[in-house]
Design a protein around this ligand. Structure first.
Ligand SMILES: C[S@@+](CC[C@H](N)C(=O)[O-])C[C@H]1O[C@@H](n2cnc3c(N)ncnc32)[C@H](O)[C@@H]1O
Length: 255
């Protein structure tokens, strides 16, 4: 595990495996989940404001395109090492444009993703269709991780690149862990990727990140800058800006 962890440390990203019934940073198992069937409770979906940023999946996909093979190998290693049950079926909250939906089936896993943004979901469905990936292996629906609950059918779950951070209210995070506890079979695991840049909260000096991508006449300049820390509420406010030049047409997306 150490060699894999080192790769992630380089990116200042760490993976943590949390118990769905506990908020401590521990390797844990999902407990108290009942095997109650497959369906999702769609009525529980409450759509919050959709982030402007995620209404343009084509640009998001270009800006955040990455090779996820190492991530997947890390997840598989965790499934094998820490899950009490054989992992075959994975749930991915906040799945975005479906990069993991596309890649997990190649490793022999089934995966269902969901996302708050309809545009992201439509884009991933198109992506899976184009690749001819069978719906039985990978699919996605619209849903809010705050309260979307599945009848316990998943062996494991993953959530990537800090997406859990979109739940900023403690009640919502607790609700999320409760529904995940019900959605994952007893003995399964939930792997959460959180960015853990070693920030000195007291210092004025804050890490920032900017990058640029170009493809097919589209040029994107991204900036991801920490605006301020609300230490009392344990919230980090980040300014994202995406400057797009799509074959001469300009668009600025901020959140
Ligand atoms: C940083 S992107 C990550 C996308 C994808 N997991 C990836 O690895 O590329 C965050 C995603 O979280 C979604 N999101 C934000 N709030 C959400 C919520 N309450 N429930 C479900 N998805 C949410 C956004 O629509 C967006 O697609």
């Amino acid at each position: 595990m150490n060699d894999l962890n080192n790769q992630y440390n380089k990116l200042a990203i760490s993976f943590e495996i949390l118990s769905a019934s506990s908020s401590s940073n521990l390797v844990g198992k999902v407990v108290n989940s009942k095997l109650i069937g497959l369906e999702s409770k769609k009525s529980l979906i409450n759509r919050d404001k959709t982030h402007q940023f995620y209404s343009f999946p084509k640009y998001y996909d270009l800006a955040f395109n990455r090779d996820v093979d190492n991530d997947i190998q890390f997840f598989i290693k965790c499934f094998k090492e820490y899950s009490d049950i054989d992992v075959q079926k994975i749930l991915e909250p906040a799945c975005g444009t479906g990069i993991f939906l596309e890649n997990f089936p190649e490793y022999g896993y089934k995966i269902l993703g969901y996302d708050l943004s309809e545009e992201m979901v439509e884009y991933s469905i198109e992506r899976l269709n184009k690749l001819g990936i069978n719906q039985e292996l990978a699919s996605t629906i619209v849903g809010n991780m705050k309260d979307l609950e599945f009848k316990s059918d998943f062996d494991a779950a993953i959530i990537c690149i800090n997406s859990l951070g979109y739940l900023t209210q403690e009640d919502d995070i607790i609700s999320h862990f409760k529904v995940m506890g019900k959605s994952i079979k007893e003995g399964g695991i939930y792997i959460i990727e959180l960015s853990c840049k070693c920030e000195d909260l007291a210092s004025e000096k804050k890490p920032d990140d900017t990058w640029q991508v170009k493809n097919d006449g589209i040029e994107i300049k991204m900036s991801w800058i920490i605006d301020r820390y609300d230490i009392r509420n344990r919230i980090r406010h980040i300014n994202f800006q995406m400057n797009v030049n799509d074959n001469g047409k300009n668009l600025v997306l901020e959140e």
